[in-house]
Design a protein around this ligand. Structure first.
Ligand SMILES: [Zn+2]
Length: 354
């Protein structure tokens, strides 16, 4: 046992009793590079609850957050950083000499270690971990755990965004992401709305619409990446979360009694999923790449009051199930069409739901 009074330490940090109990009994070894996916199974708490507690505990100086990157060729772990901003686009593996690109959801794993100011851990723990890694390498086994909390799961966490959102990459670096879901929204005819109802009224409408949208995005564990005028770009770990956020916002928009707007607010939404790169733009996390462009274009061609999405979104099994339930409950259907999108080669198959 590590002899720390976690009952006292975790006060005010929203730690569930089973977790406090585990912490109180934890050995020094258990408090070293905690894998939240494994801990989740042990203490039977969902990963989201654990992430929330550990992020607050990092802010309170009780844990350090480790961004460990593994070699994508041999699976060794060349090192880790304590800040997201220290991660590099590519690294050379000291074990197999391969140069590899860091991918936030493929080879970057986040763990938590008790803060040395609270409990200095013996050097032997790091040495044992290193020896085990070298042994794996010799036996041609990867040291990357089967289940791990990925860097993407952390940067796409709403609480991380709120507490550590200013910890961004160096402007020189970009990290790969193998799969991210993006939602773009925009208000139809907002220029006309401003000229018809005046700035103050229009601003109130836009502000209320942001409130509804942001709440739906947060409910589905998404993160608002940025707003561009009245448009919103948000990111999600899973396609179904983005579709749920869009449907939820859509329903809320319909129920809202918009002052002056007789026919209600006309909103257009687009959803797409695929690989992207994460960068630092104006000191905030931002995404770039073909997937981002395509998601924005899909939003651009969405009809009023429609959620438009790509075939990659439709082919996601949880999305299929969700849309089936939605269309049955709301007596609606999924429309299919092909469209030419600016800057994208060839016609693109698109689907819409209302
Ligand atoms: Zn290697």
């Amino acid at each position: 046992m590590a002899n720390l009074n976690w009952t006292k330490l975790t006060q005010g940090l929203d730690a569930p009793p089973t977790l406090v109990n585990w912490l109180n009994k934890a050995s020094e070894e258990q408090l070293f590079r905690i894998n939240l996916k494994e801990l989740s199974r042990q203490v039977k708490l969902d990963v989201a609850t654990l992430i929330d507690y550990f992020l607050r505990a990092v802010l309170a100086g009780q844990f350090t957050l480790n961004w460990a990157y593994y070699c994508r060729v041999c699976g060794g772990m060349p090192g880790f950083k304590h800040n997201f901003k220290e991660l590099k686009s590519s690294e050379q593996c000291p074990l197999c000499s391969a140069v590899f690109r860091n991918s936030l959801d493929t080879n970057v794993a986040v763990t938590f270690t008790v803060h040395p100011g609270l409990l200095p851990l013996p050097e032997t723990l790091s040495q044992h971990a290193f020896d085990a890694m070298v042994k794996n390498f010799k036996e041609q086994k990867s040291s990357l755990p089967q289940e791990f909390l990925s860097g993407l799961e952390i940067i796409n966490n709403p609480l991380y965004h709120e507490l550590f959102g200013d910890d961004v990459l160096s402007t020189e670096e970009s990290l790969e992401i193998s799969r991210i879901t993006l939602l773009f929204t925009d208000i139809k005819g907002s220029t006309q709305m401003y000229s018809q109802y005046g700035d103050a009224t229009s601003y109130r409408i836009v502000r209320d619409h942001f409130k509804i949208l942001f709440s739906a995005i947060e409910q589905q564990r998404g993160v608002v990446i940025k707003t561009i005028g009245d448009a919103v770009m948000a990111s999600f770990l899973k396609p179904v979360d983005a579709i749920n956020a869009a449907l939820e916002a859509f329903q809320a928009f319909q129920q809202e009694k918009w002052e002056v707007l007789g026919g209600g607010l006309e909103i257009k939404m687009g959803v797409h999923v695929g690989p992207a790169i994460v960068v630092n733009l104006n000191d905030r996390v931002d995404y770039f790449g073909n997937t981002v462009n395509l998601a924005a274009r899909i939003q651009g061609v969405a009809d009023n009051h429609m959620i438009c999405f790509s075939r990659d979104i439709l082919n996601d099994a949880p999305v299929k199930a969700r849309l089936k339930a939605w269309t049955e409950t709301n007596a609606s259907k999924i429309y299919r069409r092909t469209a030419s999108l600016k800057g994208i080669d060839g016609p693109v198959e698109l689907y819409s739901v209302v």
